[in-house]
Design a protein. Sequence first.
Length: 199
Amino acid sequence: MSARDDVLAAVAAATSGGAGEVGAIPRDYRRRLGPADLGVFVERVEDYRATVTRCRPEELAETVRRVLGSAGRVVVPDGLGVDVPGGERDTGLSSVELDRVDAVVTESSVAVAETGTIVLEHGPGQGRRALSLVPDHHVCIVRTDQVVEDVPAALERLDPLRPQTWISGPSATSDIELSRVEGVHGPRRLDVVLVETQG
């Protein structure tokens, strides 16, 4: 018997329902998100040198305004669920035009407590990818009911056919002499507005 025959026999045994059959994969390690996980999310986001500001839904517009501070030109995507005073709708601005924008405000699709990561699928309220990557300051609105415990739970909520941007803090690199440089390939500043939701 050749090595090829050995491999094919092993594959046949594994797929035939015989002794090599793989049973159900246990998923009992999964758990529901608890209040402590929101604390973990905040801690991890802040570890990345981003800022988290918590608010109630009725405080959202004022909180976003406060987080933006003295930002001059602010661009928002279509479908953003909050009124941003002076916010200019994205009309397909070029990367050069976006580079002249002071800040952008978007919403998120889902956020991961374990890694402090925010995910955008670039639907309504999230804008296109360049909108969240080119301006120097990104303000991202995350509802507490969008925060899940881990990456597998996040993947369950995402559409695999949509483009995705996974954000873990402001853009940073330590490629040159291990010195941290921010804003090289994305926003230099990330502010997360965490909106307390029921449930």
